[in-house]
Design a protein around this ligand. Structure first.
Ligand SMILES: *Cc1c(COP(=O)(O)O)cnc(C)c1O
Length: 319
């Protein structure tokens, strides 16, 4: 869908919670040749899997040590300010990326600084900017694209990049030479147009620790927020807010077993959640259930964003 542009991959935040090492291997095998992380530690975690020169660090160098490590390994810093440009040039420079701010007012060089002589001395591989509202039909998209276009003529660079997942849907004018999808690679659907093209890849599962029978009037979990109105068979699963299954799912989430939906009863606690087994007479202790976590629906049901749903998933999940 990136047309003539190459598709890179945002693999920051441990591959959006999917496990960066496994994810980078799969993406590299699929032909991905550009990987974006936020932190230097995240680059270090994957630097042995791919050519380090294909990794860019979005936060850029914060110290001479960051710059020195980039210089030594070939990992590319994304330069976001004149101060970062100075750090990078002081250590000897070399291939880097440059992030310019075209309207998100987050990280990136202000347009007014594009003509600075420090920027003229950079060896820019990818000239980046980042869209603030790509998933919306916002006039800001075109404003940002035009500013990015102007920057492309102002700064020498090898490749230009603007689009995140939703930005890819805005069309060829937004593609440049490289796109930077993240969310969509992990089954997230940022906008309607992408829905037919994206399938879920994250399906959290949890083990059933214990079954129990409760009677009318019995309550379930902390603060007794659920009370049975008749006899029920319930199950305790090994899943809680320490796993990123937040308390917003209390009395609201559900899991699946044998094609049947089993609702969450009462409060989600740190390591456990209780489910209603009325629809799963065959379920046994030690069985595994699949958490209902289809991202667009889960986001609507929980009030969390699809990004949060992915990056929340805790370290106790085996990827
Ligand atoms: C995280 C990030 C992306 C990926 O965005 P998605 O919305 O997840 O596709 C792209 N570019 C930059 C600069 C980012 O920080």
């Amino acid at each position: 869908m990136s047309g003539r542009a190459r598709a890179g991959a945002a693999v920051k935040a441990d591959g959006y919670g999917t496990g960066a090492r496994g994810t980078v291997r799969i993406l590299a095998e699929a032909g991905c040749n550009d990987f974006l992380v936020a932190h230097w530690r995240e680059a270090e975690e994957i630097a042995d899997l791919v050519d380090p020169a294909t990794i860019s660090v979005l936060h850029g160098p914060l110290s001479a040590a960051d710059a020195a490590w980039a210089k030594a390994t070939g990992v590319r810093p994304v330069i976001n300010s004149l101060a970062q440009a100075r750090l990078w040039l002081q250590i000897g420079g070399g291939a880097c990326d440059l992030m310019i701010d075209t309207g998100i007012n987050r990280l990136g060089l202000p347009l007014a600084a594009l003509g600075d002589e420090l920027i003229g001395r950079l060896k820019v591989d990818v000239l980046h900017s980042h869209l603030a509202a790509a998933e919306e039909d916002s006039p800001l998209n075109e404003v940002q694209r035009l500013r990015w276009d102007a920057a492309r003529t102002a700064v020498r660079h090898a490749r230009a990049s603007l689009a995140n997942s939703a930005g890819i849907m805005l069309g060829a004018a937004y593609h440049g030479d490289l796109t930077r999808p993240g969310l969509a690679l992990y089954g997230g659907v940022p906008c309607e147009g992408l829905a037919p093209h994206i399938q879920p890849v994250v399906r959290p599962e949890a083990a059933v620790l214990q079954l129990r029978e409760i009677r009318a009037g019995d309550s379930v979990g902390y603060n007794a927020t659920f009370t049975a109105t008749g006899p029920m068979r319930v199950g305790v699963i090994a899943l809680g807010y320490a796993d990123g299954y937040l308390r917003c799912w209390s009395g609201a989430g559900s899991v699946h077993f044998g094609g049947q939906r089993l609702p969450v009863l009462g409060r989600v606690s740190m390591d456990m959640t209780v489910i209603d087994l009325a629809n799963a007479p065959d379920l046994r202790e030690g069985d595994w259930v699949t958490i209902d976590y289809f991202l667009p629906e889960a986001a609507a049901a929980s009030g969390l964003s699809q990004y949060e749903l992915l990056t929340l998933l805790g370290r106790r999940f085996e990827r």
